[in-house]
Design a protein around this ligand. Structure first.
Ligand code: ATP
Ligand code: MG
Length: 729
């Protein structure tokens, strides 16, 4: 271990200037131990604050150099700096890096060998410990045994500083809330004259306040550096507009040659699958699972960070994309946005019951907060304004209009981004039969979550899928149109609204109503709609392959044939039913078993060969299904030496691992294995008579109610024959 630098005027033993150190002396320590010529951002101010005995709250961007704020004091002050860190992988990284520089650092955690643990404890109890930095988890700090150990060190004057890394985890408002972090607040009373340094990269004002009060910091020095990461180019790509996402990602990564990239996936299967695909493309890659949290990837030379799935919040996105360019070199963040991914994440967040929440109300509050956080990510993806501005403002920082300097896709290619958003709007409309209200405002305010968009889940259950193919499309239009009418509107208002809705409906489908009410090709299903449907089915097949492993069929022709099947069935009836059948097929794909899908595709294949209709088009079942190469799943640190040299692409599932750190179990979307035949679709007559019966029963109930309620209830029943939602509920 290198000897401590004799620093004149040092605090503690020979401190003369109230513990302050001349910046030059501190820079010498930086240079000598870390080889850097100067301090970055708020580093020097934070170091000087704690050396003068002040508490400090330090907000610095990802990769800003927060660790230095406690590593330098450890080298110039007597005693030990205690570092409380949330992630074992991160502690291991930092201790290994410090040891390689000859600095005495250790960590205590469940992964530490008992021999090492014993050595560390002997050193701590020796009265003259050699250790300068001790990394521990908040869980260990909360134990009585360790508290007693700390008290002994403190009583001997051997505790110099308590640093809390990722301090946002203390706040229930922080995206990575860790209940055990809350117990750290007892340190303030336990060691009243030891400075506490709280560090984070992601703290909105509310989180900052919560952290300072939870830690009982005394009149802390508050340092806030800008969240801006000027060396990262931000970009969003739209999955629904891409033919093949995997090849898009490999084309994105290939040009960066040997540089290291990180791809975050939500699920293990996607991680493995993408790693395999990229390896087949000649990009050396490995899928990392469990334990390697978004923070644990501490390489300096990451050039590209990709999000294959949507992160759950802007804070998570900022942390993860912030893994890029920690060496300050030009880097990129590319987020792949998919409409289906969004629905999936909303489903997860809406149903995430945090095990730690005491009551159902706090659990609803948590899920509403999670949805509100997620809507920021949606806003980021669906905006054509500066991405950098969206990120930085989400943390409450004001942004100069000239900040970005075209270092995001929205500023560099505004027209391209706007046209892509337009196209995405069309896909969204076709897919969900309505303009996604989220396009109306890029940041959906949580109070408005009862808008038709947020309740889409329910609408999906009453969507036109329930109506059989013997119905007339126009009839359905009238039902959909009227069902959106406020129940108190009069009958003529209803017809006016119907007129408007019908025009809007056909207009969105690219048709107009001519004079005399004749509709131009009112029932034809446009080619654009068919292409969009084929893409949807292709997506569905891709997801099925991800879910079930390699199914023996080629996706493109299969998607084409499934679409033809829907088209043939519903061409005459109208696009609403065609859409509903496409939706039902996609849903069927997302929940059917291997055999069910295989049988259906085989049956399709037979039809094709029997009719000879598509003898020209390729069979969808290839002769020999592709053999997938073995995929290596490694835990962090297991990468073989040559892989580190080759700077492998690393694929990491995020969220799921991140959450396993904090939640006992991360709600999985379990795909029900029961027989998922396509839903039986009652005929329109059955459907309407069912509604008549429902109305008969409910009106008999209304008769016995006081008049006020009766009037209201009967109005609801009368006005909107299409509101199956009300009748169904
Ligand atoms: N003054 C400096 N000059 C140059 N490089 C520095 C300086 N301080 C720190 N670094 C380097 O910057 C990189 C990021 O530092 P560090 O890990 O402390 O960032 P961080 O703020 O903790 O990031 P995160 O928020 O992601 O945890 C490290 O490689 C570190 O060695
Ligand atoms: Mg850090």
């Amino acid at each position: 271990m290198k000897g401590l630098l004799p620093v004149k005027g040092a605090s503690g033993a020979s401190g003369s200037r109230h513990g302050k150190k001349a910046p030059q002396e501190l820079e010498n320590v930086l240079k000598q131990h870390f080889g850097y010529s100067g301090f970055r951002g708020k580093q020097l101010e934070a170091i000087e604050a704690v050396l003068s005995g002040r508490d400090c709250f330090c907000l610095m961007p990802t990769g800003g150099g927060k660790s230095m704020c406690y590593q330098i004091p450890a080298l110039v002050k007597p005693g030990i700096v205690l570092v409380i860190s949330p992630l074992i992988a991160l502690m291991e990284n930092q201790v290994a890096s410090l040891k390689s520089k000859g600095i005495a650092a250790e960590f205590l955690s469940s992964t530490q060998t008992s021999y090492n643990k014993q050595k560390i404890h002997e050193d701590l109890d020796s009265g003259n410990p050699s250790l300068k930095l001790l990394y521990v988890t908040p869980e260990l700090v909360a134990t009585l045994g360790f508290k007693a150990k700390l008290t002994k060190l403190y009583n001997r004057g051997l505790l110099g500083l308590v640093a809390i890394d990722e301090a946002h985890c203390i706040s229930t408002w922080g995206h990575d809330f860790r209940p055990s972090y809350r117990k750290i607040s007892s340190l303030r009373n336990q060691f009243p004259d030891i400075p506490i340094l709280a560090l984070t990269a992601t703290a909105v004002p509310k989180v900052e306040k919560d952290v300072i009060s939870s830690l009982c910091l005394r009149n802390p020095v508050i340092l806030r550096a800008s969240f801006n990461r000027p060396n990262i180019f931000y970009e969003v790509r739209y999955k629904d507009l891409l033919n093949d996402i995997y090849s898009d990602i490999s084309n994105l990564l290939k040009p960066s040659g040997n540089a290291c990239s990180i791809v975050y996936c939500l699920e293990r299967a996607a991680c493995d699958d993408l790693a395999m695909h990229l390896s087949q493309q000649g990009i050396s890659s490995a899928a990392y699972h469990a334990g390697l949290n978004s923070k644990g990837i501490d390489r300096q030379d990451v050039r590209i960070v990709c999000h294959y799935n949507l992160p759950k919040s802007m804070e998570a996105f900022y942390q993860e994309s912030g893994r890029a360019g920690r060496d300050q070199q030009p880097s990129r963040s590319v987020l792949y946005y998919g409409l289906d991914d969004r629905k999936k994440m909303e489903f997860i967040l809406r149903n995430t019951n945090n095990k730690k929440s005491q009551s159902s109300s706090s659990s609803t509050e948590l899920s509403e907060k999670a949805l509100a956080d997620f809507s920021q990510i949606i806003g980021y993806c669906e905006t054509s304004t500066c991405r950098r501005k969206m990120i930085i403002e989400s943390f409450g920082e004001k942004v100069q209009p000239t900040l970005c300097q075209r270092s995001c896709d929205a500023c560099k290619h505004p027209n391209l981004v706007s046209s892509r958003l337009e196209e995405l709007r069309r896909v969204s409309t076709c897919r969900y039969n309505k303009i996604s209200p989220v396009f109306k405002s890029s940041l959906v305010n949580p109070e408005h979550m009862d808008t038709e968009f947020w309740n889409r889940e329910d609408d999906a259950s009453i969507s036109v899928e329930d109506i059989s193919d013997s119905d007339d499309g126009k009839e359905v239009v009238s039902n959909i149109a009227i069902s959106k009418l406020p129940s108190k509107a009069g009958i003529d208002a209803k017809f006016k609204a119907l007129e408007r809705a019908e025009n809007a409906y056909y207009q969105t489908k690219g048709q107009t109503k001519q004079q005399g009410g004749k509709l131009v090709d009112k029932k034809s299903i446009s080619q654009t709609l068919r292409d969009a449907s084929r893409k949807r089915l292709l997506n569905g097949l891709g997801q099925a392959r991800l879910r079930l492993g390699n199914l023996p069929f080629d996706e493109e022709p299969s998607a084409a044939h499934l679409e033809v099947e829907c088209f043939k069935k519903y061409e005459k009836v109208g696009k609403t039913f065609y859409n509903s059948q496409i939706a039902a097929t996609v849903r069927w794909l997302s929940s059917s078993s291997f055999d069910q899908i295989q049988d259906r595709l085989h049956a399709l294949n037979d039809q094709i060969t029997d009719h000879g209709a598509a003898s020209s088009s390729p069979s969808i079942i290839p002769e020999s299904p592709p053999v997938s190469p073995a995929v290596i799943c490694k835990m962090p640190g297991e990468a073989s030496s040559n892989e580190t040299k080759e700077k492998p692409l690393t694929l990491t599932e995020t969220d799921e691992t991140a959450r396993t750190e904090h939640f006992d179990e991360y709600p999985k979307i379990t795909v029900s294995s029961q027989n998922m035949e396509l839903p039986k679709i009652p005929s329109f007559r059955e459907f309407m008579s069912q509604k008549g019966r429902d109305r008969a029963t409910s009106s008999s109930k209304v008769e016995n109610q006081p008049s006020g309620v009766r009037r209201k209830a009967s109005m609801e029943k009368q006005g909107t024959p299409g509101t199956s939602k009300k009748l169904k509920s």
